[in-house]
Every structure is written in structure tokens, then in C-alpha cells.
Design a protein around this ligand. Structure first.
Ligand code: HEC
Ligand SMILES: [Cu+2]
Length: 473
């Protein structure tokens, strides 16, 4: 109950009608002074307390401040009459919160107890509480200022880390506003927890061997619980409000939007422009015009994602299941569509170029593509071969690349890996494209030629490719 230098009391009288009070203090005393059970007496009512005072002669009396059955005036009168002996009296109040409030401690001889009686018992918690509270406020103020500073610094760090790629669509601006708001909240929460933790570790650390005191604490606070429920709830609701605002903005429909039909498959992207009949392996778009993608999957779940546009949409397999996505490119340049859904072995390679051009360039590209569409089959096939990567593996000049050259291929006889030979006619070429592993050319590795073309190309396009290969005499 007091400083370390103090001597342990020999006999302690606890005056309280509340058994919990007595037991609680007794336990504290035993821990503090290693006092034996017979050195402590509990007096549950006035009479017993006065008797013990006379006969047992305690040197420390702990009085329950809140117990009205202990009549203080009578108690003190008795002390005065008893006289002569040094006695320490401590008034103690136990709060529901578990706090122990010590109101007054005095050592006096009976004859001087009168002075004490003159001053009324303190009814307010003693003023020594006051500076402690200010002390606590001081810590909160320091921590508050540090939290603000660290929030700003953390946010600055996040902003300058360049976590977001360039904004290349109208939607990106709206989404980034949300991202930035989240950065502030993240920075604040990080700082709040971090600063409180580090501050407590440093400032309230154990100082020296003898520092065995427990820090002040409180148990349960309805105010605090309401506070930390309402604030996050409000924040989350505000964010959902912001989110719904930008969602509405992001999905705003422009009736003149350019429609592109997208097919996603293992593992390719195909883009068809229904207005012009153009088919392309890359998504070519005019800047500043809204695009409406109508997307279907040929096999499993894929997901269309261009990080620079910030928008993303899952594409689900199923007859007539069309997923739509709108965005407006605002920055010319080359980007990449990524598949954002793990969709099998070559998922990581499932990307395609996105090229945003100014309107004149886009018109020229369209014209070029349409010219190719309308000319003869071999010319269409040539375009297809160029646009779909065939010529990365097949040369036109007779030199072998990854795959056999296409020069002089049509009409010749090829030896196959299984020892048979075959005449390269239309049927064989079609089969070679659709099922490349059915007949593997001798000297070339099986399984390298992609087996996805059956899904990727229409019958007409296969015929065009074959016409082109047959034209390479
Ligand atoms: C990743 C490399 C690669 C790509 C891309 C590729 N092929 Fe092949 N292709 C091969 C290899 C290797 C062979 C030989 C092994 C075999 O027959 O499967 C081959 C064989 C062929 C053959 C049979 C050739 C012969 O001499 O019998 C045809 C026809 C063919 N490819 C057409 C195409 C077409 C059309 C495309 C594009 C739409 C294409 N290939 C794309 C690697 C490729
Ligand atoms: Cu995919």
C-alpha cells in the first residue's frame, strides 16, 4: 500500500461489511508484505471493529470508505479515547472498475485524532488524482500528434511507391480516387497501431529490477466501445456510398459505344468487331470513345483485365452467357489484356496486346483490315497467319524455324515421325492445323505447335489459311 521502505504492519484490521472488500484487501496485503493469515482480521460491523481496536491493538486499520455501517464519527471517537498508541488509518474505496482509491492515510496517536476529525472526511477523490489524469492526457496528446505525423508520412510513402500503373481510361480516375481514400485509411490505421505500440514499449517499459508495479488499467468502457463501433461503421458506410457513386459513374452507358465481341479460351483472346467484320488477335481501340465488350468463354472461367484501365470482368462459360464491360480509353499507347483468373497451364501467358490509337489511326487500321477481309482467300489467310503468330514458327523462305517452312510445302510429300509419308494436300493441311499432334512431321518436336486453333478459328478462317499456304509454291 505504500513505499518499499515502509515496515510491514504486524496487525491489520479491515473494517467493512462487504466480504469481497475484506478478502480482496487481505489478498493484496499478503502479496505485498507476506503477512500471515492470523495477522489480518476482518470486522464486518461496528461493534466488532471497535472491540478489535481495543483488544487486538492493530497498527494498521483499513476502513471501507463506502461502507455506511461503519460510523466514522463513532469510530474516531473511540480512537481518541483509546489514545496513546501510534496507528495508521487508511480509507479505501474499491470501484466496480477494479480501481482501488486510497483517500487518506494518516499516522497519528489517539490524542491527535481530534484534529483529523475536525476536517470532514474527504467526499471527493483526493486531488492527487488530478495530476495523474493530466499525465495521461499528456501521453494521449503526444501519441495523437505522432499518429497524425506518421499517417501523413505513410500515405506519402504509399503514394510515391508507384503501386498503380498509369491511368489510361476515364474509369481509372474514379477508381483511383477510391484507392487514394483507402490509402489514407490504411495509413491512419497502420500509424494508430504502430505508434501506440512503440510508444508504450518505450515510455512504459520496466524501469529497473524493483519495478514490479502494474500499470494503471481499466476494465470495460461502454463509451469506448460505442466510439470504436460507430466510427468504423460510419467509415465503412461512407466508403460504400463513395463506391456506389463511382460504380454508377463507371457503368454509365454511352449509346454510341464501339462494340467488340471478345472470346476468351485456353489460352487466347479473340476480338471481333461486328460492325466491320474484322477479327483480330489484339484489341485495337480509338481513344476517347466508350467501348462495350461483349465477352464469352470457350471453355473455363477467364477474366478480362487491363490494369491501366483499372476495370476487370470475369467471363463465364455457358451457351449465350455474355458478360459485358464498358470503359473509355483516354491515353493512346500499348497495353496488355491479362487473364485474371487461373485458367490452366498456360494461364500466365494468356495475354494479348491492347492498342489505343487516335481516331484517324484507328480508321486507317479498320480500312486496312476490311480490305484484307474483302480480298481473295489467300490474302486473308496471309493476314491471319501474320496476326496469329504462325510466322514466328514457320518461315516463308525455306529455312526451318521451330516448325517446318511453308515454302514449297503444299503438294510435296512429307515424311512423318511414325515412318509413314503423306502428300501435303488440303485435307492434310486442315488436319495439321486442327489436330497438330495427329500427324507430326519427322524431325520436329511434337506438342509444340499450339493445339488451340480449332477453337480459335472459324471454318472460313481455316480455309483462308490453307489457301494461303497453298499459294506459297
Ligand atoms: C510455337 C510454334 C508454332 C506455331 C505458333 C505454329 N506452328 Fe505450325 N507447327 C509447329 C511445329 C513444331 C510443327 C511440326 C510438328 C507437327 O507437325 O506437329 C508444325 C506443323 C505445322 C503444319 C504441318 C507442316 C508440315 O510440313 O507438314 C502446318 C500446316 C502448320 N504447322 C500450320 C500452322 C498454322 C496455320 C499456324 C498459325 C495459325 C501455326 N502452324 C503456328 C510449330 C508451330
Ligand atoms: Cu484465362
Amino acid at each position: 500500500m505504500a513505499g518499499h521502505a515502509e515496515q510491514a504492519p504486524q496487525r491489520v484490521l479491515i473494517a467493512s461489511a462487504n466480504p469481497l472488500f475484506g478478502k480482496g484487501l487481505e489478498k493484496l496485503l499478503r502479496q505485498r508484505w507476506k503477512i500471515a493469515p492470523e495477522q489480518v482480521r476482518l470486522a464486518g460491523e461496528m461493534h466488532a471493529a471497535l472491540n478489535a481496536l481495543d483488544q487486538w491493538q492493530p497498527d494498521l486499520v483499513l476502513v471501507d470508505y463506502d461502507d455506511e455501517t461503519i460510523e466514522r464519527a463513532r469510530f474516531l471517537d473511540h480512537l481518541i479515547q483509546g489514545g496513546g498508541r501510534a496507528l495508521q488509518v487508511v480509507m479505501v474505496s474499491l470501484r466496480d472498475s477494479g480501481e482501488v482509491v486510497v483517500y487518506d492515510r494518516q499516522t497519528f496517536r489517539g490524542e491527535r485524532a481530534g484534529d483529523w476529525l475536525e476536517q470532514p472526511w474527504p467526499t471527493q477523490p483526493p486531488s492527487q488524482e488530478q495530476p495523474r489524469r493530466q499525465d495521461g492526457m499528456k501521453h494521449f496528446v503526444i501519441v495523437g500528434v505522432l499518429v497524425v505525423i506518421f499517417t501523413v508520412l505513410t500515405n506519402f510513402g504509399l503514394q510515391s511507391a508507384g503501386l498503380l500503373p498509369v491511368q489510361a481510361s476515364a474509369q481509372a480516375t474514379l477508381i483511383d480516387q477510391l484507392f487514394n481514400a483507402h490509402y489514407w485509411v490504411i495509413s491512419f490505421l497502420f500509424s494508430l497501431i504502430g505508434v501506440f505500440m512503440v510508444y508504450s514499449i518505450v515510455v512504459f517499459r520496466r524501469r529497473g529490477e524493483n519495478d514490479t508495479q502494474q500499470g494503471k488499467f481499466f476494465k470495460g468502457s461502454t463509451k469506448l466501445e460505442i466510439f470504436w463501433t460507430i466510427i468504423p461503421l460510419g467509415t465503412v458506410l461512407y466508403f460504400s456510398y463513395l463506391g456506389s457513386l463511382s460504380l454508377a459513374d463507371i457503368r454509365r452507358v454511352e449509346p454510341q459505344a464501339l462494340v467488340v465481341n471478345v472470346t476468351a479460351g485456353q489460352w487466347y483472346w479473340r476480338f471481333e468487331y461486328p460492325e466491320t467484320g474484322i477479327t483480330s488477335g489484339s484489341l485495337v481501340l480509338p481513344v476517347g470513345e466508350q467501348v462495350l465488350l461483349k465477352m464469352t468463354s470457350a471453355d473455363v472461367i477467364h477474366s478480362f483485365w487491363v490494369p491501366e484501365f483499372r476495370v476487370k470482368q470475369d467471363i463465364l462459360p455457358g451457351e449465350n452467357l455474355v458478360k459485358e464491360l464498358r470503359f473509355t480509353p483516354t491515353l493512346t499507347g500499348e497495353y496488355k489484356v491479362l487473364c485474371a483468373e487461373l485458367c490452366g497451364g498456360a494461364h500466365a501467358n494468356m495475354n494479348a496486346p491492347v492498342i489505343v490509337m487516335d481516331k484517324a489511326d484507328f480508321a486507317a487500321w479498320e480500312a486496312g483490315e476490311m480490305a484484307a477481309v474483302s480480298s481473295d482467300p489467300a490474302a486473308r489467310g496471309e493476314r491471319l497467319a501474320k496476326n496469329n503468330g504462325c510466322l514466328g514458327c514457320h518461315s516463308l523462305d525455306g529455312s526451318p524455324l521451330v516448325g517446318p517452312t511453308w515454302k514449297g510445302m503444299a503438294g510435296s510429300t512429307h515424311e512423318l515421325a511414325d515412318g509413314s509419308s503423306v502428300t501435303v494436300d488440303e485435307a492434310y493441311l486442315i488436319q495439321a492445323i486442327l489436330e497438330p499432334n495427329a500427324a507430326v512431321v519427322k524431325g520436329f518436336p511434337p506438342g509444340v505447335m499450339p493445339a488451340t486453333y480449332a477453337d480459335q478459328f472459324s471454318e472460313q478462317q481455316i480455309a483462308d489459311l490453307v489457301a494461303y499456304m497453298q499459294s506459297l509454291k
